[in-house]
Design a protein around this ligand. Structure first.
Ligand code: ADP
Length: 479
């Protein structure tokens, strides 16, 4: 199949979270199955680093949106570890900015252009995709744009669209005054009329209504987003389309996240020989400037510090735990001030127990996964979650709230059956988290059980190779 994968992030070029990882790994896995795959993404300022080479593949062209002429060209680079080409839409007026996402008044326009440019470049190269795979609100106008504004072009006669929802919390909701900028003014009768009457346009909703199929990133999240509790207003529309809604768990990129081959950690190890993990633990302590204390469990956190991630529970639970128990905590992340302040404060209050690195660091993320003993992820909701999968692969049992993809992948250790790979608490409250942490620390005190649990997690196969067939089925289902 010819697959055009359109995304606002693609690792390693531009990534803020899981979407960036998936937008590299899934196309790579599809290519490995023999499909013809192209990725389209914006040419943000941060993509253009001195060591990267880009080839200009399209002369400057123009799209007029909202009466404004947007001139762009297209540059290409190879996706690392594959022969997949990434086509970057180079529109300096919109993308040559420090951030990937912005609060700027033209945010809607930046991503309207992405969809238009993706379709224009198909026309220019006369490359007819079988599937256009859209991701999240940023590319959610594309299915309707294709069905209306590009309907005249026979090139797209057989093209079908798939929308993946990576996080329903972000919908791209804008005032209806942006309508001309979407390029869909002539197709406005296809937009949701009640919303339009109320003065709103919702990008994600438009994608939900018009994509030929919808996927999301775990089976549990696919069910949850059809409920009022988790659907963030989209649940009714998703229920209406449930016959074409599929939950497919994300995989992990084995080239990037495999403790036996990871070039970003100082020592490598496998489920049969964990000696390298202990050495990573020592390096982690040195790096984070904590005393290295073998036998004392280290809890790791790598996360965006956002409301979604559930750290509100930590305000009540962590201070007494750190005061009473012999445990260490290493945190990597940045985001909302209140969480940054919490971890800074804990690091000041417990300097021998807590270290906080504020920021984004790929190498440190790998070192924390490898060098920690357990991994904390108390998300309020979690479409799939990647860090718990990395933790399982790295022998670092995750402690999670049982929601979304966390519910599908983390199973509480049962000493009787010797099944389970971590600790999942049911109710999102302080006592749930305290219970899970307490149970984890108790199990840590039983090395044979801990070892068996690590072994369980490290034996699971979360590779994309196992997932890619489910996407192929969805594609075939709409063709
Ligand atoms: P989300 O997409 O909601 O942020 P996921 O767990 O799906 O959550 O994916 C998060 C990805 O971003 C992982 O690859 C994780 O390692 C990475 N990540 C998050 N915060 C940081 C950070 N501060 N430094 C390095 N990597 C990070």
């Amino acid at each position: 199949m010819r697959i055009l994968f359109v995304s606002s992030e693609v690792a390693p070029f531009a990534k803020t979270g899981g979407l960036g990882d998936v937008s590299a790994a899934l196309p790579r896995a599809l290519r490995a199955e023999g499909h013809d795959v192209l990725i389209v993404a914006p040419f943000y300022q941060r993509v253009r680093t001195p060591e990267r080479r880009f080839e200009r593949v399209l002369p400057e062209t123009e799209v007029v949106l909202g009466g404004r002429s947007l001139r762009f060209s297209v540059v290409a680079a190879r996706l690392p570890d594959s022969d997949v080409t990434v086509l970057f839409v180079d529109c300096p007026a919109l993308y040559d900015r420090p951030g990937i996402y912005t609060q700027d008044p033209d945010e809607h326009l930046r991503f309207s252009l992405l969809g238009w440019a993706a379709l224009k470049l198909c026309q220019y190269t006369q490359w007819a995709p079988d599937i256009v795979h859209c991701n999240d609100w940023q590319t959610s106008l594309l299915p309707l744009t294709l069905k209306t504004m590009f309907a005249w072009d026979r090139l797209f006669d057989r093209t079908r669209t798939v929308l993946t929802i990576h996080n329903i919390g972000h919908q791209g909701a804008f005032p209806s005054s942006v309508l001309p900028d979407t390029g869909l003014a002539d197709a406005a009768h296809h937009l949701h009329q009640d919303q339009l009457r109320d003065g709103r346009i919702n990008y994600l909703l438009t994608g939900i209504l018009y994509a030929n199929a919808i996927t999301t990133v775990s089976p549990t999240y696919a069910r949850e987003i059809q409920t009022t509790e988790h659907g963030v207003g989209m649940d009714g529309f998703l229920r209406a389309r449930r016959s074409v809604l599929f939950g497919i768990l994300n995989g992990i990129d084995d080239a990037e996240w495999n403790p036996a081959r990871d070039g970003r950690v100082p020592f490598r190890y496998s489920r049969d020989d964990l000696s390298g993990k202990a050495l990573c633990g020592q390096r982690l302590a040195e790096t984070m400037k904590l005393p290295h204390r073998p036998g004392v469990p280290v809890i790791g956190i790598v996360s965006r510090l956002a409301w979604q991630k559930g750290f509100d529970l930590c305000f009540d639970v962590l201070p007494p735990l750190l005061a009473r128990r012999d445990v260490q905590l290493v945190v990597l992340g940045s985001g909302e001030g209140r969480y940054e302040e919490l971890f800074s404060r804990l690091a000041r209050q417990f300097p021998r127990k807590v270290a906080f690195h504020k920021g984004f660091s790929e190498p440190l993320a790998h070192l924390i996964e490898a060098g920690s003993d357990m991994f904390l992820m108390p998300s309020r909701y979690e479409p799939c979650g990647l860090n718990q999968l990395y933790s399982l692969a790295y022998g670092t049992p995750p402690i999670v709230h049982r929601t979304g993809g966390l519910a599908d992948t983390v199973h509480t250790w049962n000493p009787t059956t010797r099944k389970g790979n971590g600790f999942a608490f049911d109710h999102f409250d302080a006592s749930g988290l305290a219970w899970a942490l307490g149970y984890a620390l108790e199990t840590w005190g039983k090395p044979a059980e801990w070892r068996a649990m690590q072994y369980n997690g490290m034996s699971e196969d979360f590779s994309w190779k196992r997932r890619v067939g489910a996407y192929e089925d969805v594609y075939r289902g709409v063709l």
